[in-house]
Each structure stands twice: as C-alpha cells, then as structure tokens.
Write a protein that binds this ligand. Structure first.
Ligand SMILES: Nc1ncnc2c1ncn2[C@@H]1O[C@H](COP(=O)(O)OP(=O)(O)OP(=O)(O)O)[C@@H](O)[C@H]1O
Ligand SMILES: [Mg+2]
Length: 221
C-alpha cells in the first residue's frame, strides 16, 4: 500500500523558491491502481521521484508497505527499497548504455537473487522486443527503448510499480499492449501501481484517477 499524507515539495528556480506540490494526499491500496494526469510542469515526475525515494519531501509523510520514506530513511534503506520492492519506468528511460537489452532488463533481478530467465523471456515476448535482446539501447528506437524500460521495471517482480508516461513514445498498438500488460500484471500479482499519463483512455483504466494542477490533486470521476 502507498500512503501519501500532506506532502509538499518546493524547488529552487533561480533566485526564487517555487512550490510544486502542496498538501498532496492519497492512498493506493495493495493491488490497486492510480492514474495521474496534469499538464507539463505540473509536478507529476516530482511526485513519482518522491515516492521512489529519489528525492525527499519538504513536508508530509510517504509510507510504502509500512516503510516511511522520510528524513530518517538512510541511503542504504532507500537503495534496498528501490532494488527489492519498487519497479520504476522513468520518463527518460534511464537504460544503461553499455549493457545489452537483456542485461538491462535482468540487472535488478540478478542483484536481488530473483533472476528468472523464463519470466524475462515472457516479458520480452509480451512487449514484442524479443528480437532486440542482444542489442545495445543505442541501437533501438525511442519506442523500443521505452518497452525495454517497462520490462526492466517488471523483471524482479516488484510489489510497487511507478510508471512515468510509459506509453509516451509509443504508437496506438504498442500503447495498448504496454498499458494492458501493466494493468493486468499489477492486478494479478497484487502490485500497487501508479501511472502518470497524458492519455485519458489509459487514465480511465485505473481504479482511481487524480488530476494534478497548481500543486494540488483533484479527483476525477
Ligand atoms: N531539477 C530541477 N531543477 C529545477 N526545477 C525543476 C527540476 N526538475 C523539475 N523542475 C521544475 O519542477 C516543476 C515540475 O516538474 P516535473 O518534471 O515534476 O513536471 P511534470 O508534471 O512531470 O511535467 P511533464 O509532463 O512535462 O513531464 C516544473 O516547473 C519544472 O520546471
Ligand atoms: Mg514528467
């Protein structure tokens, strides 16, 4: 379960401090999904980075499966949280340039000791990237790299999945493929899932849909 209470975050923009998130609260129960929409610059990636413990909130409490992501969380604990519990699809993919597609995808699973070759093969097939497994990321199109980053986020079977516009570089067919895989896999494995998307169609697939504007979250029916 992901619980966010009264979360606030400001950024330093030149000489000014700008509030990005103000008093943001929500809960995503285990196995449930939440979609977040909002215009460019609204703070969606900032919010996901806070839940991924890649950044610290100014105020408020984030709790993920009982672990409090606050100032008392050590770097080691944050590292272990990201490695074991969390899967993340980054907006900019963040693939490792010098590793093959297969090694990028299996990296976290290997260091956790949960490497499952058959499962990774299955993910590659589902995402239609099997033929690219021996290539380097630089040899792939943006959409292919995006699907590799989706497979990488899933390969170690995380219980919390954060996806930042995971279909942003994909055509309609692949958007459908990726979103269906993410929603169905999270539901069947009881994974809590937050997806940031510009697509209303994808946002509607989630159990709950929130819209971020002016630093605040608004419920969408
Ligand atoms: N490293 C940074 N330094 C300074 N300002 C930043 C930094 N990262 C983000 N910002 C600012 O914080 C605000 C929120 O950015 P964020 O990336 O969270 O938006 P977003 O909703 O994800 O937008 P997009 O839909 O374009 O990805 C923006 O005004 C942005 O300019
Ligand atoms: Mg963003």
């Amino acid at each position: 379960m992901i619980s966010v209470s009264n979360l606030s975050k400001s950024i330093i923009d030149g000489a000014q401090t700008k509030s990005v998130l103000e008093d943001v609260s929500f809960v995503v129960e285990q196995g449930q999904s939440l979609s977040i929409t909002g215009e460019s610059g609204a703070g969606k990636s900032t919010l996901l980075h806070l839940i991924a413990a890649l950044d610290k909130p100014d105020d408020g409490i984030i709790s993920v499966n009982g672990l409090q992501l606050d100032k008392t969380l050590s770097d080691k604990q944050a590292d272990s949280y990201r490695k074991t519990l969390l899967g993340m699809v980054f907006q900019q993919f963040n693939l490792i340039d010098c590793l093959s597609v297969w090694d990028n995808i299996s990296f976290t699973a290997r260091i956790n000791g949960v490497y499952d070759q058959d499962y990774i093969q299955h993910l590659l097939e589902q995402l239609d990237i099997t033929r690219h497994q021996a290539k380097l990321p630089v040899e792939l199109s943006g959409g292919e790299q995006q699907r590799v980053s989706v497979a990488r986020a899933l390969a170690h079977r995380p219980k919390i999945l954060l996806a930042d516009e995971p279909t942003g570089n994909l055509d309609d067919k692949n958007s459908e493929l990726v979103s269906e895989l993410l929603f169905s896999l999270c539901a069947s494995t009881s994974t809590s899932f937050i997806i940031v998307t510009h697509s209303q169609e994808i946002a509607r697939k989630a159990n709950k849909h929130l819209h971020l504007s002016n630093g605040k979250l608004h419920a969408i029916d």
